[in-house]
Design a protein around this ligand. Structure first.
Ligand code: TNX
Length: 541
């Protein structure tokens, strides 16, 4: 298509706007209901009634049938001019994913230049009002693919959709003779919630930075955008604090069951944060306090009211530890920790835990949380805490994470926002069924369907959807030792968490989800993920 194909009005617009319009021309057609596709238009063996297996379900998918777009050595990746530098990185990831030859390297178009035939073109369209900060519009035709978004994050999410429209062989980059063909059509997509999180408990059992990166890789596939790292608990302190070296020397030295523990140096942590950032995932560090602090108490005697450091702890009881909230040394300690960790993250959040404190009076606990909120704010971060913090007199701009029988509603009443992690739906450490060897079952058994069943808009009585920031799936690791254990509990439930957080209520439904998810079995297998073969999902054989 050339510029002459445009109307006189649009020709008067700037060349950049014109390019976006050209790229989006098919998308400007009216939004028809999705048509089921028959026949081999796509690579799918299992599909929902709309003919695709994209997870999380996009807002609107229209597949056209016919030939589709084939990626081959003549495919070019083009970036419309004026895109911010992050778009180059998104284009590079697309290039790597497709295994294209060097002649197909992403190239920025010069002013007035149109993408060549057989291109995949990426464009920033800052004026697009339908796709929000993180959504995208994707048009696939036989002779070109166009992906447009308001932000690099939106383009990144669109690339994940391209990935899922391609056959599973896209996950085998060295495979010989693979055919990468995607169906023609149009996807318009925008997330329902801004917060789509996953939490890893790296304290009870330590997980190496490389293993966390693998987790991030799969989070990206499912358009999750927050990685909450539970970096301290009774059993282990997992991040270097330069002003408090004993935290890792003593507190990082063990784990549940008495194994070797471990910790991230600040350099490793910064590298992890950069890796997540390149995938548009914000790292949310958590230092749990005032309870769940035995590892810190064992490292520094001054944090204990009796001035005596307890031994390190390797069991799985909760509720027995607390920082000495009446001592100033405690607040100087917290300030050091928040300052050092805060300096390692570009993200605005700092999670202070606050759960399961049995050793303080309610007023002592509330005063502690209020004071810690001041420290976090003074260090330029937004405080997040588990539901127990809601009764404290905290700012509406702080965030409460609901998990179980807590009073998160109090925070909504003051105008604050809540992240939903209700244990009976979102706790990825709950057993799937009575035969699951790993995990716990205090909140019940959580099969894939139970995870999927959460409706964030109606979950807490009286709390409207506008007060829900989003959802998060926590993975506690009392019973999980190695990477494969973590993966087995997280997958495929984390895909359900992602769909609950991303997909519009109108696009969701268990019957469609289980069919689409089935297609992800071979994909997760290709990625080397040890996932649970739930009997609720019709996995292809
Ligand atoms: C509750 S959830 C906890 C964790 C445990 C988890 C086990 C929360 C804020 N606290 O300390 O690891 O249950 O499922």
């Amino acid at each position: 298509m050339t510029l002459s194909a445009l109307s006189p009005t649009s020709r008067r617009r700037s060349w950049r706007t014109s390019l976006v319009l050209v790229l989006l021309a098919p998308a400007l057609a009216s939004c028809r209901p999705a048509t089921p596709v028959a026949g081999p238009a796509g690579p799918f063996t299992a599909r929902d009634s709309r003919g695709h297996s994209i997870v999380p379900a996009p807002l609107s998918v229209q597949l056209a049938g016919g030939e589709g777009f084939t990626v081959d050595s003549t495919t070019q990746i083009a970036i419309a001019g004026g895109a911010p530098p992050e778009v180059d990185f998104v284009a590079q990831q697309l290039f790597d994913m497709l295994g294209l030859p060097v002649t197909s390297r992403p190239r920025r178009l010069v002013e007035g230049e149109m993408p060549a035939p057989r291109s995949i073109a990426l464009a920033i369209d800052a004026g697009n009002s339908t796709v929000g900060d993180e959504g995208y519009e994707l048009n696939v035709a036989t002779d070109r693919v166009t992906l447009a978004a308001r932000s690099a994050a939106g383009l990144f999410h669109g690339v994940q959709t391209i990935r899922q429209l391609l056959p599973v062989s896209v996950e085998y980059p060295a495979a010989v003779g693979r055919v990468l063909r995607m169906p023609a059509g149009r996807v318009v997509d925008v997330p329902r919630f801004a917060w789509r999180g996953a939490m890893l408990d790296v304290s009870r059992h330590f997980l190496s930075a490389d293993d966390v990166k693998r987790y991030i890789d799969v989070m990206a596939l499912y358009k999750l955008n927050r990685l909450h790292l539970h970096l301290s608990d009774d059993q282990g302190w997992r991040i270097e604090i330069k002003s408090r070296p004993n935290l890792t020397v003593v507190g990082g030295s063990t784990q549940v069951g008495g194994g070797p523990g471990g910790f991230y140096t600040q350099a490793q942590f910064a590298d992890l944060v950069a890796y997540a950032t390149q995938r548009f995932i914000t790292v949310v560090p958590e230092i749990d306090m005032p309870g769940h602090t035995n590892a810190a108490l064992a490292s520094y005697a001054e944090l204990n009211c009796d001035g005596v450091a307890p031994p390190v702890y390797t069991g799985i009881r909760v509720g027995f530890s607390t920082l000495c909230v009446e001592r100033e040394t405690t607040y100087a300690f917290i300030d050091d920790v928040v300052r050092e960790i805060g300096g390692l993250i570009p993200g605005p959040y700092f999670h202070v835990g606050g759960d399961e404190v049995e050793k303080l009076t309610a007023p002592q606990y509330r005063r502690f949380i209020e004071r810690v909120e001041g420290i976090v704010r003074a260090r330029g971060k937004t405080m997040i805490g588990w539901g127990e913090i809601a009764p404290a007199n905290i700012s509406a701009s702080s965030i409460v994470q609901h998990w179980h029988n807590d009073s998160s509603q109090l925070h909504v009443a003051r105008g604050g926002r809540v992240i939903l992690s209700p244990a009976k739906h979102m706790y990825l450490d709950m057993k799937y069924d009575s035969t699951t060897m790993l995990g716990l079952r205090w909140a019940g058994l959580v099969e894939v369907r139970d995870a999927y069943a959460l409706d964030p808009g109606t979950y807490i009585p009286g709390v409207p959807e506008s007060a829900i920031l989003g959802v998060e799936g926590p993975l506690w690791s009392e019973t999980l030792v190695k990477r494969q254990d973590f993966e087995y509990m997280a997958f495929p439930r984390l895909a359900a968490v992602a769909e609950v957080g991303w997909s519009a209520a109108s696009a969701r439904g268990w019957d469609g989800f289980r069919l689409r998810l089935a297609e992800h079995g071979p994909r997760l297998q290709a990625l080397g993920i040890n996932f649970y073969r739930s009997g609720q999902i019709p996995w292809p054989r």
